[in-house]
Design a protein around this ligand. Structure first.
Ligand SMILES: NC(=O)c1ccc[n+]([C@@H]2O[C@H](COP(=O)([O-])OP(=O)(O)OC[C@H]3O[C@@H](n4cnc5c(N)ncnc54)[C@H](OP(=O)(O)O)[C@@H]3O)[C@@H](O)[C@H]2O)c1
Length: 343
């Protein structure tokens, strides 16, 4: 049995879902993978931090944060300092990074992971920022220390995208991809198809927690663009940032356009594309009208879809339905198992 100590930076929706999943899957981890995992440190922005080398009681930690209390009461050693001091202080084998994405630069998550690698920890993140802005550098740093950098949850939550490429598609070359990678806009367009205005649809999406208070990240296509950049960078070895993506959001879709599409038996979708066309790399996020002959037509609600064109498989599609923080947490858990499988 391999004892693994986990340090969690971030204990929000995804971090807490991961803590729950870790408890739920404890027996599976032990019996099927020989992994006995305990969380030795949790650091947050506004809910304090705690270190316990023997393992933090995760039910207690969940209860404290969900009741807006400070985690410090769970600490068996006193700690003062910032996130980086915490990473250097806490005894751990793996850093689980789930802080909010910084779409402009990827920091401070990049620096959290770098510090973890420098302290000898494997790094797992759900954050797209480090993948887009520092994939090569972080990967090289990890490899130079015999460590692993994993980020399955960064695109399409826990759906296997990066691991599929890393393991199952070994030997195949991805030439391009097309998909729906932002579930919020997919839901908003669907509400507009039912006669709701974009403004009312955004308000409703905010009420149910799908859209952020500033929805521009979704409706102006930035979230989709960062995902296009992540797929291009990692899967196609073509490093780009969201600024390199030809990006149009959904603000220009009018009710008239929706009605016209309906008359033709079509739908508007915010389509993401990446790939080589005539020796030129195309990276694009743009509303497109799609017909029933397209696999994008029936991608419903908060679901996501991506289809890859490979040199050996002309079309391979992955559909992820009804994502939740638990789905994202599964990506983190799968990364953890991947790191230790056969180790
Ligand atoms: N939600 C999803 O289903 C989903 C899906 C795919 C990917 N992701 C990615 O997963 C990450 C986490 O998402 P989330 O929904 O869990 O976010 P969240 O609920 O906002 O939680 C973020 C956590 O990070 C902590 N934090 C913020 N800044 C920090 C800093 N500088 N140092 C240390 N801790 C810090 C926060 O502390 P406080 O608790 O004190 O505020 C909170 O615990 C994001 O990068 C997101 O893009 C999320």
């Amino acid at each position: 049995m391999k004892d693994i100590r986990l340090l969690m930076i971030g204990f929000g929706n995804v971090g807490r879902a991961f803590a729950r999943l870790l408890m739920q899957k404890q027996v599976t981890l032990e019996n099927s993978y020989g992994i006995r995992a305990k969380v030795t440190g949790i650091f947050t922005a506004r809910h304090g931090a705690c270190i316990n080398a023997n393992g933090i009681d995760l039910n207690e930690a969940l209860h404290l944060v969900e009741n807006k209390q400070d985690l410090g009461v769970l600490s068996t050693q006193s700690f003062k300092g910032d996130t980086f001091d915490f990473i250097k202080t806490c005894p751990a084998d793996v850093l689980i990074e789930t802080t909010p994405v910084n779409p402009q630069a990827g920091t401070p998550a990049i620096d959290h992971l770098r510090t973890g690698f420098e302290c000898g920890m494997h790094g797992i993140t759900a954050n797209k920022g480090p993948v887009v802005y520092a994939y090569r550098k972080l990967n090289e740093l990890a490899q130079s220390k015999g460590l692993k950098f994993r980020f399955e949850s960064a695109v399409m939550d826990g759906a296997p995208i990066f691991s599929l490429h890393r393991h199952t598609l070994a030997g195949a070359e991805i030439e391009g991809f097309v998909g729906i990678l932002n579930s919020c806009t997919n839901l908003l367009i669907e509400a507009m198809e039912d006669g709701t205005s974009l403004e009312d649809a955004v308000r409703h999406a905010q009420e149910i927690g799908i859209a952020e208070s500033d929805p521009s990240n979704d409706i102006d296509g930035w979230d989709a663009a960062i995902k296009v950049a992540a797929l291009s960078t990692v899967l196609m070895n073509h490093p780009i940032t969201p600024l390199d993506v030809d990006r149009t959001g959904i603000r220009g879709i009018s009710s008239q356009m929706i009605a016209d599409a309906k008359l033709q038996g079509k739908r508007w979708k915010l389509v993401c594309r990446g790939g080589w066309e005539n020796d030129k790399f195309i990276a694009q996020v743009k509303p497109e009208m799609v017909g029933v002959d397209s696999p994008l037509f029936s991608v419903a609600g908060t679901s996501s879809f991506v289809s890859f064109a490979l040199d050996v498989l002309p079309g391979l599609g992955i559909l992820e339905s009804d994502p939740s923080p638990k789905t994202t947490a599964f990506g983190l858990l799968a990364d953890l198992i991947d790191i230790y499988k056969g180790a």
